[in-house]
Design a protein around this ligand. Structure first.
Ligand SMILES: [Ca+2]
Ligand SMILES: [Ca+2]
Ligand SMILES: [Ca+2]
Ligand SMILES: [Ca+2]
Length: 352
């Protein structure tokens, strides 16, 4: 996952970008509907399309099918948090669950692979951070844990698979960034590390599984994007890389496991969304792809491991949520799906 410049509103999970945008996109909440074939000639067109799809399937040319599938309602009623709405696998079954942080407690709805199950209270009391609330697997057991960043320290509550365990202090002093605070596995041991982006450099504290180790400087100079700074594994080596989105292009610094390597230009031109910019693996090759959400559609640029390939339209119409647009694998096939949270319900479009 990845984050952008508004720490209190973002949640980061390893390898997958989840960005909330509460308060934005109030202009409307279009849940893009699949294009209908016209009545006249519709049957023939549908038949022709089926033939093409069948041909593609038999010849292994699956390219034409890339994109997000039609809308599916994953809740039948409103589900969002007053403080935070996040998607991360807290149960450890490989499917991202829907988490809301309210003033009184944290609620989880498990993904069944086809929808979100009924509410479960995962805390019995308030649990959120004054500087942000995050969900990432810091212990390495495959279940995302609940992390709060406060002014004085970072607190973790481990996921038991059925709830969040009691508070543990993972730092004994303040640890947050003036520009960004994120949690992603930059070392490749499957435990999410604590990353802060300050004006002068990027600092990492490795997760030991029981706490965050002392500060390490992972850059020796300033590294942040004018349009956002993200951490996601775009190279496919299981270590989250550092991505900055600037007005003119997207820059990547690969994680070496001990620091971030020199700048590489991964686009040669501007690439960011008017509503969202995210990094998540939508293609299933373990490399996070670059996704932008604009008013008219969702566009993807695949990671090649050395750069981002040309634009592909993954929807043919508007698709974004009035309360946020997220990319996380809710179906368990290792491809991140597109999730929109609106006032009335949550809609998913599977990656296929
Ligand atoms: Ca799950
Ligand atoms: Ca865990
Ligand atoms: Ca990497
Ligand atoms: Ca999926």
């Amino acid at each position: 996952m990845a984050t952008r410049g508004n720490p209190s509103r973002e949640t980061l999970t390893p390898g997958l970008a989840v960005v909330t945008s509460a308060g934005r996109g109030s202009a409307g909440s279009p849940e893009g509907r699949p294009a209908r074939t016209t009545p006249r000639g519709g049957r023939f067109a549908a038949l022709a399309a089926l033939t093409v799809m069948a041909l593609a399937a038999t010849t292994g040319v699956g390219h034409a099918a890339d994109g997000f599938a039609p809308n599916q309602s994953w809740t039948s009623n409103p589900y969002y948090g007053s403080r935070e709405t996040s998607f991360a696998d807290v149960t450890g079954d490989g499917r991202a669950d829907a988490i809301v942080v309210n003033n009184d407690r944290v609620i989880v709805r498990r993904s069944t692979g086809r929808g979100f199950a009924p509410n479960e209270s995962w805390t019995s009391n308030p649990y959120y951070g004054s500087r942000g609330t995050y969900f990432a697997d810091v212990t390495g057991d495959g279940r995302a844990d609940a992390i709060v960043v406060n002014n004085d320290r970072v607190i973790v509550r481990r996921s038991t698979g059925r709830g969040f365990a009691p508070n543990e202090s993972w730092t004994s002093n303040p640890y947050y960034g003036s520009r960004e605070t994120s949690f992603a596995d930059v070392t490749g041991d499957r435990r999410a590390d604590a990353i802060v982006v300050n004006n002068d450099k990027v600092t990492v504290r490795r997760s030991t599984g029981r706490g965050f180790a002392p500060n390490e400087s992972w850059t020796s100079n300033p590294y942040y994007g004018s349009r956002g700074t993200y951490f996601a594994d775009v190279t496919g080596d299981r270590r989250a890389d550092a991505i900055v989105v600037n007005n003119d292009k997207v820059i990547v610094r690969r994680s070496t496991g001990r620091g971030f390597a020199p700048n590489e230009s991964w686009t040669s031109n501007p690439y960011y969304g008017s509503r969202e910019t995210s990094f998540a693996d939508v293609t299933g090759d373990r490399r996070a792809d670059a996704i932008v959400v604009n008013n008219d559609k969702v566009t993807v640029r695949r990671s090649t491991g050395r750069g981002f390939a040309p634009n592909q339209s993954w929807t043919s119409n508007p698709y974004y949520g009035s309360r946020g647009t997220y990319f996380a694998d809710v179906t368990g096939d290792r491809r991140a799906d597109a999730i929109v949270v609106n006032n009335d319900k949550i809609t998913v479009r599977r990656s296929r």
